[in-house]
Structure formats: structure tokens, C-alpha cells
Design a protein around this ligand. Structure first.
Ligand code: B12
Ligand code: SF4
Length: 448
């Protein structure tokens, strides 16, 4: 039996000298019983072969790629293939996903994926697979990086230590499908990371420091491995000097933090009030004092955002001396708390989410954080779209990038900072190249 696992990603990173190798497919391959042949295809590395000889196709689907993934599933099914969909989007929208697949896996795959394969072999495939309780995270198999198609470039490999998040911010996927915060045994993590070829690791965790006691043990044990690493974590770490020192010693050189908004009212309104916005500057300095760079992630379109938010945020990121930034338009992903609220308030742009466009498919592709998909409160759809574009251009102008990276050089590394900023700048190119699409949001606004 042969299975092909597919992930549709942005193709833009194909020709880069270094690449981030997504974890999902090599990990799913490792969960696949050894008697089954597996091929993995990630579109940031290679094209999809519709004429594959695989018996079963598994596609991992995030919301912003649901449109393309459904279309692909249709093509495979036209060719007689059995298609299974899994990942964040089918997890929150299983009924919808079943319109395009023979079977859907909801949530984590550890227990149900091998079971599904056995059922398929017996010709007894069920339409839906879901764990009764979250799978234990002991002795997880090592991802099959050996299956990755291209090996000749500098790769940053992903690694996951924890699952879930202790918080439930209104816009986040976790509010649509909550799962308890759990972690792998430290011995398992150290053994696996020690065996990885990559010298730099990206932790694919939502919140690596969700439990301080675990984080301390983990960081102490990682120190001996001499790897450098990057991760998402919570800004509260800055209040804990011991944790900060351990972070640096363990090899962490860059943290990405969801700061979301520079207005406390916004943070309060999205269930993120634990974060005191007026301490951001002091907290960022704490990371810098420990030799760690900070990348801040922001969103625009919250209810307290007015037309001045873009300029104020630009000024703010310079003042608090972030090393790099990433910004998105708020994208209310279906089933999240924010989506349900906007739906109740009749503020979702129907053309985007209700599946009534020409192909009969929802415009989920615009949920990638670049496009307005709802009616903001204090500004218009156009002002939000234009303001976001302006912010992207200004915050990724060469002078802004150089200012940020020169500052990073004072306590960390100019080149790493420059590399991260240039990588994040790619999104601006994408936005520019899709300027024609900008009319899209205006059209939807008119319809409303
Ligand atoms: C790393 C990461 C990225 C990376 C790389 C993404 C990639 N292609 O790998 C980058 C930085 C590029 C990224 C970008 C974005 N991301 Co992102 N990202 C992640 C993150 C942190 C880790 C993904 C990962 O590797 N997980 C580890 C693997 C092992 O877990 P997994 O993929 O969930 O797979 C398990 C199950 O889902 C299941 N499964 C998954 N696929 C399949 C398929 C089949 C067939 C089966 C049977 C099972 C199955 O089995 C696995 C084992 O249990 C996740 C959060 C998370 N912790 O998972 C968010 C996450 C996937 N991202 C998310 C979002 C929203 C985005 C953005 C749109 C930005 C934003 N606004 O936050 C952008 C998109 C920009 C763009 N146009 O590309 C959301 C997706 C929500 C959704 N409904 O789709 C997530 C869940 C974060 C969140 N908490 O909201 N992201
Ligand atoms: S802290 Fe981050 S990962 Fe956790 S719920 Fe909030 S946005 Fe999601």
C-alpha cells in the first residue's frame, strides 16, 4: 500500500538558500505503520503529481489553504483516489471538509491515523476519526525528515514540544477547538533534538512557556546540546529573570511574541487582558539584556482600532525597539469566539465565508491575514485594507529594516536580524503582486 501526504504552502520560498521545513508531513509519515510506503509533497519544495500511484491521499489543511486543498481533493477523487483531510481546518469544519473527502480526521492524529489506515486496508474506512481524549505525548516517533525531497540547502527544522495553549484568545484557533495544554517528557525531547542534523531549530509550539516549571527543566536540559533555536512564547517570561537566563543558555536567540495590539482596550476585548501593554517596552528590553531578539506580531482591525492605529503602531514598534515585526489583518477564522461574535453582529463579509462565490467554494484564501473579511467598528473596510498596506510598506522599508537590524547588533546579531526582517518582507511583495485583488474587499463591502 502507498500513501501520499500533501501540504499546500506558499511556493515563494522555493528558491531560497535556506528554508523552513514544515513538520506536519514528516511527522504524519512517522505515525504511518512501517509496512506502508509513504511519499510527502510540500508545495514549497515541489509540484503535486495528480497521476501519483498512491492508493490513499492525505492532505493537511489550514483555513487559508482550504480552497486550494478542496480543489485538489476533488481532482484526486475524479481520478479514483481515496482522499483523507486533516489538520486545523477540517478539525473545525469537519462537515464541510467531508464534501470533498472520503474521510476526515479531527484533531491530533497519533491514535486515529494508524487506525484509519487499518480500516482502509480492510475496505472499512469511516467518514470521521477523532480521539476520545488527547493522545499521550510519550515516546512519539521521530519525524521522517529522510523523506524530504531536497536536502541541499541550509534548513531550519521544526520541532514540537507542547500541544495546546493554556489560554483561549478570542481570535485564535484554540478558541474554536480547545485542547488541554500538554508537553512531552524532557528526556524524549533532549534525545530527539540531540539526534537532529539541523543546528538551528524552530519550535512549532503555540506557547512553549505555557508552564514555567516545565520550561525551566526543559531549558536547563537543552543547554548541553549546543543548538540555536527560535520559538513562540508568552511575553510574561520577561518577568522571570531565571527563565530568561536559562533561555539564552539553552540556545534561544529569537522569540516571536503575539503582542497583537498597542491598545489595552483591544487586548481586553479579545481575552488577552493578562498582557499589560504599557509594559511592552520594559519587557522587550529584558529580553535584549539577556541577548535575545524579539519579533512582535500585531493584528489590525480590532474594535478599538481607528484610522490612527497604523501610524501609532509604527511609532510604537520603533520606540520599544523590536528586532522584527510581522503584522496581519485580523482574520476571524470560522468557529473562533471572534468569528461567532462578528457573525452575531452581522459584520462578516458574506462573500468571503459563506461559500457563495462562483466556484461554490468559500474564499478562505483571503483568511491568510492580508485581506479584510469583516466590517470593522471604527473604520471602513477600505481604510483597514489601505492602512494595513501602508503599514506593511512603511514597516518594511529598507530604512526601517536597517534601523531595526542595527539596533539588534548591539546585543545580538545584525545578520540574523536582517535575515528575519527580509524574510518577513516577502509578504509585502505578495501583497504588491496581488494589488488587483484589493478590489475584492471593496466589492464585498458594497454587497453588504
Ligand atoms: C509553524 C506554523 C506556521 C509557519 C509554517 C507553517 C507550515 N506550513 O508548517 C508559518 C510561520 C509560515 C505560519 C504562518 C501562518 N500561520 Co501558522 N502555525 C504554525 C504552527 C505554530 C505549527 C504547525 C506545526 O508544524 N504543528 C506541528 C504538527 C505536528 O501539528 P499539526 O500540523 O497540527 O498536525 C497534527 C494534526 O493537526 C493532524 N494533522 C494535520 N494535518 C493532517 C493531515 C491528515 C491527512 C491527517 C490524518 C492528520 C493531520 O496530525 C498532526 C499530529 O497530531 C501552528 C500551530 C500549531 N501548534 O500547530 C500554526 C497554525 C497552523 N497557523 C495558523 C495561522 C492562522 C497562520 C497564519 C494565517 C498567520 C496568522 N494569522 O497567525 C500564517 C499564514 C501565512 C501564509 N500565507 O502562509 C493557525 C491555523 C488556524 C487554521 N484554522 O487554519 C495555527 C493553528 C495557529 C493558531 N493557533 O491559530 N504558521
Ligand atoms: S496565547 Fe497565543 S496560542 Fe494561546 S490562545 Fe492566545 S493566541 Fe492562541
Amino acid at each position: 500500500m502507498k500513501i501520499e501526504l500533501i501540504l499546500i504552502t506558499d511556493k515563494k520560498s522555493r528558491n531560497r538558500v535556506f528554508g523552513l521545513r514544515p513538520l506536519t508531513l514528516p511527522y504524519l509519515a512517522a505515525l504511518t505503520p512501517p509496512d506502508v510506503e509513504v511519499k510527502i509533497t510540500s508545495t514549497n519544495y515541489e509540484d503535486i503529481d495528480l497521476e501519483t500511484d498512491a492508493d490513499l491521499i492525505g492532505i493537511s489543511v489550514a483555513t487559508f489553504k482550504a480552497l486550494e486543498s478542496y480543489a485538489l481533493a476533488r481532482e484526486f477523487r475524479k481520478r479514483g483516489k481515496t482522499v483523507v483531510l486533516g489538520g486545523p481546518h477540517p478539525t473545525i469544519m469537519p462537515k464541510e471538509a467531508l464534501n470533498y473527502a472520503d474521510s476526515v480526521v479531527r484533531g491530533e492524529a497519533e491514535i486515529v491515523w494508524p487506525r484509519l489506515i487499518e480500516d482502509f486496508k480492510k475496505n472499512q474506512l469511516k467518514t470521521l476519526y477523532e480521539n476520545e481524549s488527547p493522545p499521550p505525548l510519550m515516546n512519539l516517533p521521530h519525524p521522517r525528515w529522510d523523506l524530504w525531497p531536497e536536502k541541499n540547502r541550509f534548513n531550519i527544522d521544526m520541532f514540537q514540544v507542547t500541544r495546546g495553549c493554556p489560554y483561549l484568545c478570542d481570535f485564535c484557533y484554540h478558541s474554536a477547538y480547545p485542547s488541554s495544554f500538554r508537553w512531552r517528557p524532557v528526556e524524549d525531547v533532549v534525545r530527539e533534538i540531540g539526534s537532529m542534523e539541523s543546528s538551528t531549530i524552530y519550535f512549532a509550539d503555540d506557547n512553549l512557556t505555557g508552564n514555567n516549571r516545565y520550561a525551566k527543566t526543559l531549558f536547563s536540559e537543552l543547554s548541553g546540546l549546543k543548538k540555536k533555536w527560535i520559538s513562540n512564547l508568552s511575553i510574561e517570561v520577561a518577568t522571570n529573570n531565571e527563565l530568561l537566563s536559562l533561555l539564552y543558555k539553552s540556545g534561544c536567540r529569537l522569540v516571536t511574541i503575539g503582542l497583537e495590539s498597542i491598545d489595552q482596550d483591544n487586548l481586553n476585548s479579545i481575552n488577552k487582558k493578562r498582557i499589560p501593554m504599557n509594559q511592552y517596552k520594559e519587557y522587550v528590553k529584558k529580553f535584549h539584556d539577556h541577548g535575545i531578539m524579539v519579533s512582535g506580531f500585531f493584528m489590525f482591525g480590532f474594535d478599538h482600532d481607528d484610522h490612527s492605529v497604523f501610524e501609532r503602531t509604527l511609532d510604537f514598534i520603533e520606540r520599544i525597539k523590536l528586532d522584527s515585526i510581522r503584522s496581519y489583518v485580523l482574520s476571524p477564522i470560522p468557529k473562533t469566539t471572534i468569528y461567532e461574535r462578528l457573525k452575531k453582529e452581522n459584520r462578516l463579509l458574506p462573500f468571503v465565508w459563506d461559500g457563495n462565490n462562483q466556484n461554490g467554494l468559500p474564499r478562505y484564501d483571503v483568511g491568510d491575514g492580508n485581506y479584510v473579511t469583516f466590517i470593522p467598528k471604527k473604520i471602513t473596510v477600505e481604510q483597514l485594507q489601505e492602512g494595513f498596506y501602508w503599514f506593511q510598506k512603511e514597516s518594511f522599508s529598507l530604512s526601517s529594516i536597517l534601523r531595526r537590524s542595527s539596533h539588534s547588533a548591539l546585543y545580538s546579531n545584525f545578520l540574523i536580524s536582517l535575515g528575519v526582517n527580509i524574510t518577513f518582507r516577502q509578504n509585502l511583495k505578495k501583497l504588491k503582486s496581488r494589488q488587483g485583488d484589493r478590489n475584492f474587499s471593496m466589492r464585498t463591502n458594497t454587497r453588504n
